[in-house]
Ligand binder design. Structure first.
Ligand code: R5P
Length: 310
């Protein structure tokens, strides 16, 4: 087997390679003057089982194009099997038509990856599990939960915990985590009663006196998170932390979170942390490399991946 990577998250790719005890394959990904992507695989990959690590994170379109072109280069170099490993699958939020005459971009991206020549896809905490069905090739959706559970057990040992979903759409994910601690579950229900009126945050569940842990797949602007934290503290929560798989953290998100009353935001390194994230006082990054490395190794050996999560 061989592992190669685009430019989106070299640090994670290096860490996965280190876990697997193999060097990261020599794959040059650079730009022409007009920003076209150029790829050159600089070692023999004929007949190899190839894993391409690339998150389609900011700048999403550039990183997606890098992934497609790497896959094309590998296919034309006679790789035996190509697995696209997307620790963060961008475009996943566009998984349905939100209105008339709108695209389903997640499906389009799935088609692009498949048509480029991927034989399999591996990703992490997909925005919606059903997106696996957008691919007509085997797709493994890994979960960051085991990594988060270990960290929560270490940090919150003895606390009166409450797991909280920041919106109704995330209840299944939050319930899954709550079950692992035998902790109760609360839900933040955002409602706009009438058009033009501001949103009201109702908390379903009694959070008073609890250390609340917000769980979600993505933190982007940070708005969902900071508003939920305020609502929970207003209802008597002792403190509020958040465990979120993908730290998209665009625009002023880091500043918003740093100045919020959130005790801590914990994200994984599915998206490479910016300098602002690294120096932030209340954002911490957990590495997902051992989990992805283990899943990649098992895939190469044709072993069970699901048993990683039992
Ligand atoms: C939405 O359905 C997602 O699960 C996240 O809740 C959302 O992407 C967070 O966005 P933001 O941080 O911009 O509020």
């Amino acid at each position: 087997m061989k592992l190669v990577a685009g430019n989106s998250n070299r640090a994670l790719a290096e860490a996965i390679a280190a876990y697997l005890n193999i060097p990261l394959g020599k794959c040059l990904v650079r730009r022409f003057a007009d920003m076209e992507v150029f790829v050159e695989v600089q070692e023999n990959v004929r007949g190899e089982d190839l894993f391409v690590v690339q998150s389609t994170s900011f700048p999403a379109n550039d990183h997606l194009m890098e992934l497609l072109i790497i896959i094309d280069a590998l296919r034309r170099s006679s790789a035996q099997r190509i697995t696209a490993v997307l620790p963060y699958f961008g475009y996943a939020r566009q998984d349905r038509k939100p209105g008339p005459r709108t695209p389903i971009s997640a499906k389009l991206v799935a088609n692009l990856i498949t048509r480029a020549g991927a034989d399999r896809v591996m990703t992490l905490d997909l925005h919606a599990g059903q997106i696996q069905g957008f691919f007509d090739i085997p797709t493994d959706n890994l979960f960051a939960a085991p990594v988060m559970v270990r960290d929560i057990e270490e940090r919150f040992n003895g606390n009166k915990l409450m797991v909280v979903s920041p919106d109704v759409g995330g209840v299944v994910r939050a319930r899954g985590l709550a079950k692992r601690f035998d902790a109760p579950l609360a839900i933040v229900d955002k409602r706009r009663e009438r058009a033009g009126e501001s949103e009201v945050m109702n908390i379903i569940g009694d959070v008073e006196g609890h250390s609340c842990i917000l769980v979600d797949d993505i933190v982007d602007s940070g708005g969902t998170l900071c508003n939920a934290a305020e609502a929970l503290l207003a209802q008597g929560a002792t403190d509020v932390s958040a465990y979120i798989t993908h730290g998209v953290l665009s625009g002023g998100a880091v500043a918003r979170i740093t100045s919020s009353r959130l005790k801590e935001l914990v994200v994984t390194d599915s998206i490479q942390a910016t300098e602002a994230v690294r120096v932030s006082a209340n954002i911490r990054v957990l590495s997902i490399a051992p989990l992805i490395g283990e899943a990649v190794g098992r895939t190469a050996r044709e072993e069970s991946v699901s048993s990683l999560f039992h």
